[in-house]
Design a protein around this ligand. Structure first.
Ligand SMILES: *[C@@H]1O[C@H](CO)[C@@H](O)[C@H](O)[C@H]1NC(C)=O
Ligand SMILES: *[C@@H]1O[C@H](CO)[C@@H](O)[C@H](O)[C@H]1NC(C)=O
Length: 262
């Protein structure tokens, strides 16, 4: 009865709307439109060799690494591995490599967990925002206060912000610009590579071993998805429930006990 009343009330409105707008939709574009010029030619950027991989080596990239080490020491090896998985992903896909800005990629991956410490007194950790958003804000502030970052156009800072904020949200990140989904993949490969039928993006076992040797998986978040990730996320369920509830980490609340979000 109530439903009938409602639909009869809305039907004229719907008919009115459809007469003004065509309801047939164009085929969706698979990727967000790209804003900003193509990335700089990477051959002009200085590089160094890390775990046998050639990586971009500019002052802001080096300073981002030091920043990550200082503010998120517990996830340092994880972020370095994520960066290197990301670089290997590009190494195995020349098309993607030509679309990605290496400094945006490096800074985004190295700072993607900068506000992930389990410490509400940490300077970048808010009581109410998702840690991905806290990290994105901290990363943008880092770039804006860096002598070279001050010269970055807004769209570069935005790509870092988006890549970090969406790094655990493939349903959104994968439809964003290559810079953004390449940041997503760097972190994702940390979790998916070892799974049966998981994504490997062309990375070989030899490449993986070299990375694991340089930045081993030890303690805390680095213990891996079955123990480390659950423990990592359970903390958010307990201490930041309003920004964890109904999101990807929600299920871990079952293990958080006490004041969990579930
Ligand atoms: C390489 O990257 C391009 C551009 O993002 C993508 O369209 C293509 O599917 C990728 N190729 C492989 C083999 O993953
Ligand atoms: C939490 O962060 C504050 C501020 O940085 C620091 O003084 C304190 O030692 C941290 N606590 C732990 C347990 O790491």
């Amino acid at each position: 009865m109530r439903l009938r009343t409602l639909s009869s009330a809305f039907l004229p409105l719907l008919l009115d709307i459809s007469s003004h707008f065509s309801l047939t939709t164009a085929a969706p574009s698979p990727q967000a439109p790209s804003h900003g010029p193509p990335p700089p030619d990477p051959s002009f950027l200085p590089h160094r060799i890390l775990a046998g991989i050639s990586v971009v080596d500019t002052p802001i990239v080096r300073d981002a690494e030091a920043y990550a080490k200082r503010y998120s020491p517990g996830s340092y090896n994880h972020i370095m591995r994520s960066w290197l998985w990301g670089v290997l992903h590009l190494r195995h896909n020349a098309t993607l490599a030509s679309q990605v800005d290496l400094e945006v990629h490096a800074v985004g991956l190295m700072l993607h967990d900068i506000a992930s410490d389990h410490n509400l007194s940490h300077p970048f950790v808010s009581p109410d925002r998702r840690f991905e958003v806290d990290s994105a804000i901290a990363a943008a502030d880092f770039i804006r206060s860096h002598p070279d970052g001050k010269k970055w156009p807004d769209w570069r800072v935005q790509r870092v912000w988006d890549g970090i904020a969406l790094h655990a949200e493939p349903k959104l990140a994968l439809y964003k610009e290559p810079d953004v989904f390449a940041i997503y993949w760097g972190n994702e490969l940390e979790w998916s590579y070892g799974k049966p039928a998981g994504e490997r993006k062309g990375i070989t076992e030899e490449e993986r071993e070299a990375v694991m040797k340089e930045f081993p998986n030890e303690g805390g978040l680095d213990e891996g998805p079955s123990t480390g990730l659950l423990w990592f996320v359970a903390w958010y369920c307990k201490y930041k429930p309003e920004s964890t509830y109904a999101l990807w980490g929600h299920g871990a609340g079952l293990f958080a006990g006490g004041t969990s979000a579930v």
